[in-house]
Ligand binder design. Structure first.
Ligand code: SF4
Length: 460
């Protein structure tokens, strides 16, 4: 083990968890800690997620890996944070000897101070599991060296009030609490000063921002306008919207704000009205299609992606066919799709008519085959168009003979690989390109001035 002030963070789950881990890491660094490999860290944090399947098993197997890597050393302080920590609470202390901090969704704000205290008091165990009434403002955690990279993620709220039947977020992240708009804008300004060019606003149900007692009378659409007006911002995105809560102002923002990227991840979950009603999504397929139409009217080139659950309790083959029809009609450019599985504590656990695993799996494969076709058509439709990439760093992919070295994203959020001068660091640059080829989930491009086949078609 290296020095006392070393840490390692293991992150599961969504973009909000990734952001929480980034904040926690920076807050520890501001206290003099430095990051270290798992085997050498004195403090190990497992930031957990309860959305995907078997969350508890995943956490226990991570704790087992930590025990193995550290030889069960009792000086290693293991902290479990996030949704599963909120659910399992102090029972984690009995399950794993090395765990001495359990911090839930609101408690993570005080985790850095708790870590310092626990290192001083080796016999102590702490839990930070209470929900607060208001959004807990976290201490500022600047990027190391004042440089934070081209992408920044900013939380605008915590929790959710929707209680969809399959989801336990309202129980693990608590009820919806909007963050003060001034604090959001301050964090955005700091991120831009640290080099960000693109900001993604994060929340479980961002369109409901401001519609709770924590809000400060700023609507989500107003917030979008205020963030878009910040000097230095090139691109603005948000995740996750709820179809029911998208206001006409939210839709109009796609027409009014050039900074707002023409890409929206809009969870549909199912295409059958009966299933949507049992899921308690509070919209039907007609309302969803109207929303898609309104978005396309506001921003004709908008690219939509979605989340889909197959095999929800009681889903018939006809219901599933409705999902296929809706996916085809909406023309999603990508989707995350899963077989339904029980989340202890969620309402749907009690629903009868659970769908046998083999039927759900068969539907999932058929759905994914359709999505693959739509994705491929959408990606190939991009070839020959020009666009601008925001370079994020070195390309993780290497195609022999082609020498592609850098990866960025276009305004649609698609990873694009491009060959740029190897000796320079292009991270954070905006590079005009022409799309030359589609891969399964990404695109290849050529820098525009070098391309012999630059097309007249241009996408922003
Ligand atoms: S909107 Fe529904 S699925 Fe999304 S976090 Fe809230 S309860 Fe869960």
């Amino acid at each position: 083990m290296q020095g006392k002030k070393t840490f390692h963070i293991i992150t599961f789950g969504c973009q909000m968890n990734v952001r929480d881990s980034q904040w926690l890491g920076r807050a520890l660094m501001a206290r003099g800690f430095r990051e270290a490999p798992l085997e050498q860290a004195r403090v190990v944090v497992v930031n957990t997620c309860s959305v995907r399947e078997k969350p508890e098993q995943k956490v226990m197997s991570a704790l087992g890996r930590i025990r193995q890597a550290t030889g069960g050393d009792s000086r290693v302080l293991v902290c479990v944070t996030g949704c599963v920590a909120q659910q399992l609470g102090t029972s984690l202390f009995a399950k794993e000897q090395q765990v001495r901090l359990v911090a839930g969704s609101d408690g993570i704000a005080n985790a850095p101070q708790a870590v310092e205290r626990l290192l001083e008091e080796p016999e102590l165990r702490l839990d930070l599991l209470d929900f607060t009434q208001h959004y807990v403002e976290r201490e500022p955690a600047p990027a190391p060296g004042g440089k934070g990279g081209p992408l920044a993620y900013v939380n605008i709220m915590q929790g959710c009030d929707n209680f969809c039947a399959y989801c336990i977020v309202p129980f693990t992240r608590g009820r919806q609490k909007s963050r003060n708009s001034k604090a959001i804008l301050d964090e955005c300004r700091t991120a831009l000063a640290e080099g960000a060019r693109e900001i993604t606003l994060l929340g479980q149900n961002v369109n409901a921002y401001g519609r709770d007692s924590s809000g400060d009378n700023v609507s989500f659409a107003h917030l979008l306008h205020a963030v878009a007006a910040l000097p230095g911002l090139t691109r603005l995105r948000y995740v996750t919207p709820h179809p029911r809560d998208m206001s006409s102002d939210d839709i109009a923002a796609f027409a009014e704000l050039p900074q707002l990227c023409p890409r929206l991840h809009l969870p549909m979950q199912a295409g059958s009205d009966a299933v949507l009603a049992r899921m308690r999504r509070r919209y039907d397929s007609t309302a969803f299609l109207h929303l898609v139409e309104a978005l396309r009217k506001a921003r004709p080139d908008i690219a939509l992606s979605t989340d889909l659950i197959v095999g929800f309790p009681g889903e018939s083959e006809d219901d599933f066919q409705e999902t296929l029809r809706m996916v085809q009609t909406c023309g999603f450019m990508s989707s995350f799709s899963f077989c339904y599985s029980d989340r202890p504590g969620a309402r749907a656990v009690l629903f009868p008519d659970k769908i046998p695993a083999e039927i759900a799996q068969d539907r999932l494969l058929r759905l994914q085959a359709l999505q693959d076709k739509l994705t491929s058509a959408w990606l190939w439709g991009r070839t020959g168009t020009t666009t601008t990439l925001l370079i994020e760093g070195r390309s993780p992919r290497d195609w022999p003979g082609e020498g592609l070295g850098w990866q960025g994203r276009d305004p649609y959020g698609v990873p694009v690989h491009v060959k740029l001068a190897a000796e320079k660091d292009h991270t954070g640059q905006l590079v005009p390109v022409v799309i030359t080829e589609a891969k399964k989930h990404s695109l290849l491009a050529q820098r525009l001035e070098e391309s012999p086949q630059a097309s007249k078609r241009h996408r922003p």
